[in-house]
Design a protein around this ligand. Structure first.
Ligand code: IMP
Length: 427
């Protein structure tokens, strides 16, 4: 039985939550493996519209076990709030489990995210200010506090005391901020620990037992490949890997266990926060896409920058992930445009290139080389079969497939489950 990964192929917000929600009906486990509550997954299903930040989008499928893996950083206050909200709206969260190895977002991470951004001034990264970067930095620096630590209060206090001594020096001496109180943070996090205890598990064991039973598992990505700290537009990147490789590390399974890897692409591109974006449209077409698609951040409410589909970045993304298939979302947004542009190369300092540069400075100097395709100028939101899409829409998809060098399996023409058209069977 396969393990299937659903990954962001651009700068995040590609509509992965919707795809996971739809496919969760056919699997027995969904595992989130990276990021934190910087992610915002909007899911619209018969139970209503939900904005999830930490809870896997599989939570709406009654038989599915949902896991927040070791690779996620967890703000317990946000997670508890999300669980409460789901429960209030009648969604059962008793099948939600959190890895004891996942690192916690602590109050000093939130403070430092803001203070570090402020110190960057005009070079701010535009982070979501959720403390995600500082939490992953501490994980790597071996200063992290993990979910499992909350279960041993004595050891937790000792560990927190040592870490907080260090953090308070940075807060007070570097940034002139107020020190945090050990007693306050300790008692607050002990309460969170008690509340979350029924959900805390050694989730790697649960995952492998499910695989041994031959069950189908879905790995749910957060953010997108172009925000990866290695392959994204560094330093305008996030702090954990949204890639297929990141899925192995953040869930706890070997690469040979993943059978299918789907990259989720929007039919155009968006980006939120700072950093280069070669196909950005700072004109009325960009505004039209933003308003039609309501491109405003789920987590921060910031307007998203919108632009044409960048096939250079898309092919790079496919390569570093090993995509076996692609999903194209929000095709319907393009329904009203008479002509569409796709970036097929860049002009960098007078030279044509067809690869995605490592340097964000170089990428910022790249000018897109466009190919123009005719628009279909026909509504697609009511279409349910691939062969009923307008010919020009199918030609657009076919050209993307060629350029990305990856077959498209699923095309979405709206936010509802029924608006996902399977071109070829995805599972
Ligand atoms: P951070 O992950 O909050 O540190 O933010 C780093 C960069 O990643 C910023 O440009 C954010 O806007 C971007 N980012 C983080 N999470 C998401 C997401 O879920 N969707 C889109 N962009 C994101």
């Amino acid at each position: 039985m396969p393990v299937v990964a659903i990954l962001g192929a651009q700068w995040g917000d590609e509509g992965k939550g919707k795809v996971v929600d739809m496919l969760a009906q056919r699997v027995s486990m969904v595992v989130r493996f990276s990021g934190g509550d910087n992610a915002g997954h909007t899911v619209s299903n018969p139970a209503g519209e939900f904005k999830l930040h930490l809870v896997p989008s599989g939570i709406f499928a009654p038989e599915v076990t949902c896991i927040i893996g070791n690779g996620v950083v967890i703000n317990p206050k946000v997670l508890i709030g999300e669980i409460d909200q789901l429960n209030q709206r009648g969604v059962d969260t008793s099948r939600l489990f959190i890895s004891d190895r996942a690192n916690l977002i602590m109050p000093y991470h939130l403070l430092l995210d803001g203070l570090e951004e402020e110190a960057r001034g005009g070079k701010a990264l535009g982070t979501t200010l959720k403390g995600v970067g500082p939490a992953f930095a501490d994980k790597t620096a071996r200063l992290g506090i993990r979910v499992g630590d909350l279960l041993d209060k004595e050891a937790f206090r000792e560990r927190l005391g040592a870490v907080l001594d260090h953090k308070n020096v940075i807060l007070t001496k570097v940034y002139g901020a107020k020190a945090l109180s050990l007693d306050e943070v300790y008692s607050q996090y002990c309460q969170y620990g008690e509340r979350l205890a029924p959900h805390i598990r050694e989730t790697v064991i649960m995952l492998h037992e499910a695989l041994d039973r031959g069950e189908m598992v879905l790995l749910e990505g957060a953010q997108g490949t172009l925000l990866d700290p290695d392959f994204g537009t560094y330093p305008y990147a996030t702090s954990s890997s949204p890639l297929a490789g990141g899925a192995c590390l953040g869930a706890g399974l070997g690469p040979n266990k993943i059978d299918r890897i789907f990259g989720v692409y929007k039919a155009y591109c968006t980006r939120v926060g700072g950093g280069p974006f070669p196909t950005e449209l700072k004109d009325e077409t960009g505004d039209l896409i933003r308003e039609r698609a309501h491109e405003y951040g789920t987590t921060t409410g910031r307007p998203r920058r919108c632009g044409w589909f960048d096939a250079v970045a898309a092919r790079f993304s496919s390569r570093v992930n090993g995509f076996t298939g692609a999903v194209v979302t929000r095709l319907d947004i393009l329904d009203v445009l008479p002509a569409l542009k796709v970036c097929v190369g860049y002009k960098l300092d007078g030279k044509n290139i067809d690869s995605f540069p490592a340097s964000a400075v170089a990428l910022a100097r790249c000018r897109p080389v466009y190919e123009e395709l005719p628009g279909w100028e026909t509504p697609t939101t009511e279409i349910r079969r691939y062969d009923q899409l307008p010919l020009k829409a199918r030609q657009y998809i076919a050209r993307l497939e060629e350029l990305i060098a990856c077959p498209v399996s699923l095309v979405c023409v709206g936010p509802e489950r029924a608006q996902a058209i399977e071109k070829t069977p995805i599972l």
